[in-house]
Design a protein around this ligand. Structure first.
Ligand SMILES: Cc1cc2nc3c(=O)[nH]c(=O)nc-3n(C[C@H](O)[C@H](O)[C@H](O)COP(=O)(O)OP(=O)(O)OC[C@H]3O[C@@H](n4cnc5c(N)ncnc54)[C@H](O)[C@@H]3O)c2cc1C
Length: 483
């Protein structure tokens, strides 16, 4: 039901309210209700979700001031140009898909820090008045100065906001200082002495729905057909929100069609790492997805994202037949070339050893296969073309895979063995709707945690915070009895 009274109905609904649920903005001691600067907060929905019994938390995050490009002294700063070879999220994008844009770098200094220190008492989120948790991996400049007093300066990156605007985003200067202190602090920084603020930085405090109330599909456990995705689940960040949106969207459609839901595991994708963390551990502060959170990160590489996930996209009807066939062709080329390289014999000839000398690696004293030679860090696939006359012409994306898969085969294999062990526990399924309080041998805390999360597998049960090995052993005995 929207404000005007209109009612909409749908078998599935995805809520992606971001920071809008009961959002409250802070600029120094000035506070007001808003979802984002200049936009209304969502109050009715926040109350409605509480009435429905959802457990609601409160977090906060901060944004930097936007300044006018025409008032910045760029020659005083360090320029960072766009990457020559840009990376795209999609394997379908080739080359540059955007115009070059430089970013400029400057730093805070002791004067800046002094002004911030002098005004901290005017910042409710830093002086202890407000208790909601802030984002650890993207702290405000006030927090950086409090937490790292030994640092004499902090980096600031000046990032253009877009092609058609004069606004510059000050990455690294997230703040909810009062407006006058923001201006004063910025004017102490090299290159920003005369900068004009177009929009002041602010902090925003908002409601989240604790994500352990969700299933892996991102559907709420309490209400069938209701999905939640994005910052409303306690995450922060564009990618974190986008991947949840994608998964919730896929699963909402699959549910409506009565088809199999898309649930990935931690060894398959970062999306799965994030969702598993959210639904199993919930959050106490804004969640950011970092490579360090993925235990199988050697397998979750950017270069093999297409090999890992395109088949799922195809299965869900999101990837065309043509694109899928292209992937299969690439896969075949890679496998064939890897096999061929295992058969290519390299003799310790003068030509070979001259090349190896040039590459800074030990000459050969005996015969090896080219695959073995490629495991040396100094030797690359392209550099060995001259000693491999029968090499087929392959696209760069295939040779990149050949090289990575051969060079790191040992590490990859080790990780694959770990994944096998992991999958065993993931595949040990726990029946639905178990009454944990009727089970014997599990601690009271264990029963509470299992009931709250309702793990779907033994693997997930083990990852719930506070669960002990004896809880798991007792759980297994109880499940075996039920089975
Ligand atoms: C100030 C600030 C700065 C940030 N800076 C960065 C950054 O530099 N890098 C980064 O990775 N992440 C950053 N983030 C985080 C990132 O922007 C968010 O985590 C991400 O955009 C969240 O996406 P979302 O789709 O969940 O929500 P949002 O992007 O917030 O979108 C929510 C949408 O829902 C709409 N909405 C809300 N309630 C209702 C309602 N009741 N009815 C209808 N529509 C409604 C809103 O209008 C809005 O369009 C920042 C966040 C904030 C708040």
């Amino acid at each position: 039901i929207v404000k005007s009274g209109l009612e909409f109905s749908s078998p599935t609904v995805i809520l992606t309210n971001g920071t809008f649920l009961n959002g409250k903005i802070y600029i120094g001691k000035t506070t007001y209700s808003a979802g984002r600067a200049g936009e209304l907060a969502s109050i009715g929905l926040a109350e409605n979700l509480k009435e429905l019994g959802f457990k609601v938390g409160r977090l906060n995050t901060c944004t930097p001031p936007r300044i006018d490009r025409r008032t910045v002294d760029f020659p005083k700063m360090k320029e960072q140009k766009s990457a020559d070879i840009p990376l795209s999220f999609s394997f379908e994008n080739k080359g540059k898909i955007y115009k070059d844009f430089s970013v400029f770098m400057t730093r805070t200094n002791q004067k800046t820090h002094q002004i911030i220190q002098d005004n901290i008492h005017r910042v409710p989120l830093s002086n202890g008045t407000i208790q909601s948790a802030a984002i650890r991996y993207c702290p405000s400049v006030e927090d950086k100065i409090i937490r790292f007093p030994e640092k004499e300066s902090h980096q600031i990156f000046l990032e253009p906001e877009g092609y058609n605007t004069e606004e510059i985003y000050l990455q690294g200067f997230f703040t909810s200082l009062p407006a006058d202190a923001q201006q004063e602090a910025l004017h102490t920084i090299v290159g920003l002495e005369n900068c004009k603020i177009i929009r002041y930085g602010y902090a925003i405090e908002y409601d989240i729905i604790y994500p352990n109330q969700l299933k892996y599909s991102l559907e709420t456990k309490a209400i069938k057909g209701l999905f939640l995705a994005g910052q409303v689940n306690g995450t922060s960040g564009y990618e974190e929100a986008a991947e949840q949106g994608l998964l919730a969207g896929i699963n909402a459609v699959q549910l409506t069609r009565g088809k199999e839901l898309l649930i990935l595991d931690r060894s398959e994708a970062y999306i799965a790492v994030e969702i598993d963390d959210l639904v199993t551990k919930s959050v106490t502060e804004p969640y950011r997805l970092r490579t360090g959170l993925a235990e199988y990160r050697l397998l979750l590489r950017q270069d093999n994202a297409d090999l890992r996930l395109t088949p799922y996209g195809y299965k869900m009807g999101l990837v065309s037949e043509q694109r899928y066939k292209k992937l299969l062709k690439k896969k075949t080329l890679v496998e064939k070339e890897k096999e061929r390289l295992k058969e290519v014999i390299i003799h310790a000839t003068q030509k070979v050893n001259e090349l190896l000398n040039k590459l800074g690696t030990t000459p050969l004293s005996e015969v090896v296969t080219l695959a073995t030679l490629l495991t040396r860090p100094e030797v690359t696939y392209n550099q060995t073309a001259s000693i491999d006359p029968n090499r087929p012409e392959l696209p760069a994306e295939a040779t990149e895979q050949v090289e990575i898969q051969i060079k790191y085969a040992g590490y990859i294999k080790r990780q694959e063995i770990q994944v096998k062990r992991f999958k065993k526990l993931e595949n040990y399924r726990i029946p639905k709707d178990i009454d944990y309080f009727n089970m014997h041998g599990i601690s009271h805390e264990g029963k509470e945690r299992f009931s709250e999360v309702q793990p779907i597998s033994l693997g997930q049960a083990k990852r719930i915070p506070g669960i002990t090995p004896s809880d798991i052993a007792a759980l297994m005995i109880n499940i075996e009895k039920i089975k």
